[in-house]
Design a protein around this ligand. Structure first.
Ligand code: NAD
Ligand code: UGA
Length: 466
């Protein structure tokens, strides 16, 4: 069997590497129009960082795993074609800021219709609004070569930072479709390494919707515990203790209850906004409002964190150096999309702080790009004032220590393990006093920092002093 996957991104790359790794009798071709990305997949420096991914790729690349820009050739040759392109939030026209922009998916469908011959199974791997398969089928129905198609939905549930382990041992694999034969062919692929009872088959629409529903439920848990964190700070309850106490209830469960400066990542916000848009489209105003609140709570949490920093630092951060530890939206990834750090730093820059930023995996170029993006005005331009802020008030550092040297405060934005290894005494020596620590992840040993003389602001715990 030959598989072609269109889109060599965070999902296409790792998922296809895992299929190639587990199925030696399948040839897997990952194609993309982005030449730089494909070149990186073919080099020693993969375009994405994921623990364990390098080994999986290297074990199979050139044997039954290939990365290529020859999109048409591999569409033509494949028996099964995965569509794994990006589906960002629309930034123009109808549904701007909410609906998923399906132009890349549609372009793939049109390309497949144009060049395919014979019979192909098309697999939706991207996260899509429910009923997108209908659109794809209509486009495919216009194949000039009279090719025939079955469309399946097979959403991906991996989380970044744990992609390889999630793919190796998924909680479930979901396959939705109409043709029993085609569903079985895809089940057979996964059954090479996934227990059969973890491979769920449903109708197309349930599968498409389950992906949006899963992300909405996950994000809702974080917003729920973050909402509690604000109340904890007002009442001297401790959010970690509350999370532990409620998580012991087997009906609630302990996972995904870690209060933080706010969830980030490319998908939670985008997928909920997409769900909100869909609900509005179907006239379900109350349902739309319900889910939108999850995103609003997340925005509130990020703003609240920046506000608390400013208030604690005597209501002014102008000209003060603040060490920003971490830029990625979570540890063990170099992905920064929608990272809470971007929004907190925007708010601090507006207050004219100087930010000394360190992240072990994110490049200086990426950090500047993210800030330029967040400062973009309606017309797509960054004002001269904001350009100057990014140019003059940002220092990119090579270590957490360098960032903290002569800083007025340290703010933990990403829960990188290496931050836990820092000795409070060593840090205390190099920062200005009073020494402020803002822990947006409740990562560090607060007692040890307080003992050392730090004033610690922790999410859902408030300002902790000795
Ligand atoms: P990504 O932006 O990292 O990768 C998408 C790739 O598709 C890009 O390299 C782009 O160049 C390529 N592409 C776009 N249009 C193309 C075309 N017409 N032909 C060939 N290549 C094209 O995106 P991603 O993070 O991999 O996400 C892909 C999809 O998977 C999205 O729908 C996302 O919601 C979903 N998803 C993502 C994650 C995640 O952890 N990132 C997890 C589950 C699901
Ligand atoms: C999430 C889902 O977990 C995946 O199942 C899904 O496939 C993926 O989105 C997607 O569709 O893109 P991901 O965004 O990679 O995965 O990472 P998560 O571990 O879910 O973390 C998302 C954000 O929530 C991060 O910023 C993380 O720090 C934050 N988070 C997570 C918390 O603040 N508290 C928690 O308890 C858990």
């Amino acid at each position: 069997m030959k598989i072609c996957c269109i889109g060599a991104g965070y999902v296409g790359g790792p998922t296809m590497a895992m299929i190639a790794h587990q199925c030696s009798d399948i040839d897997v071709y990952v194609v993309d129009i982005n030449e730089e990305r494909i070149a990186a997949w073919n080099s020693d420096e993969l375009p994405i960082f994921e623990p364990g991914l390098q080994d999986v790729v290297e074990a199979n690349r050139g044997k039954n795993l290939f990365f290529s820009t020859a999109v048409d050739d591999h569409i033509r040759d494949a028996d099964m074609i995965f569509i794994s392109v990006n589906t960002p939030t629309k930034v123009y026209g109808v549904g701007k800021g909410r609906a998923a922009d399906l132009k890349y998916v549609e372009l793939c469908a049109r390309r497949i219709a144009e060049v395919a011959v014979g019979h192909k199974i098309i697999v939706e791997k991207s996260t899509l609004p429910v009923r997108t398969a209908e659109t794809i089928k209509r486009i495919l129905a216009n194949s000039p070569h009279e090719a025939t198609f079955d469309v399946l939905s097979n959403p991906e549930f991996l989380a970044e930072g744990t992609a390889v382990e999630d793919l190796e041992a998924p909680d479930r694999v979901l396959i939705g479709g109409e043709s029993k034969d085609s569903i079985q062919k895809l089940v057979d692929v996964y059954a090479n390494w996934v227990d059969r009872d973890r491979i769920l088959t449903t109708n197309l629409w349930s599968s498409e919707l389950s992906k949006l529903a899963a992300n909405a439920f996950l994000a809702q848990r974080i917003s729920s515990i973050n909402a509690m964190s604000a109340l904890c700070e007002a009442t001297q309850a401790d959010v970690d203790e509350v999370a532990h106490a409620i998580g012991q209830d087997s009906r609630i469960g302990p996972k995904f209850l870690k209060s933080s400066v706010g969830f980030g990542g490319s998908c939670f916000q985008k997928d909920i906004l997409n769900l909100v848009y869909l609900c509005e489209f179907y006239g379900l105003k109350e349902v739309a409002e319900y889910w939108e609140q999850v995103v609003k709570m997340n925005d509130y949490q990020k703003e609240r964190f920046a506000r608390n920093m400013i208030r604690t630092m005597f209501n002014t951060v102008s000209g003060k150096r603040i060490a920003i530890w971490g830029w990625a939206f979570k540890k063990d990834t170099n992905d920064t999309r929608e990272s809470a750090a971007i929004y907190v730093c925007r708010d601090l820059l507006i207050e004219q702080a100087t930010l000394a930023i360190y992240d072990p995996k994110v490049s200086a170029k990426q950090i500047k790009q993210d800030l330029e993006y967040v400062f973009k005005q309606e017309n797509g331009e960054v004002s001269e004032r904001d350009k100057n802020l990014i140019e003059n008030n940002i220092i990119i550092c090579d270590s957490a220590f360098e960032a903290a040297t002569q800083a007025h405060s340290v703010a933990v934005m990403t829960e990188w393990d290496e931050f836990k290894d820092i000795e409070p005494a060593d840090l205390y020596d190099i920062v200005f006093k009073p020494a402020f620590l803002f822990d947006g992840r409740n990562l560090l040993d607060h007692k040890a920092y307080i003992k050392q003389g730090f004033e610690v602001y922790a999410i859902g715990k408030g300002l902790l002093e000795g």
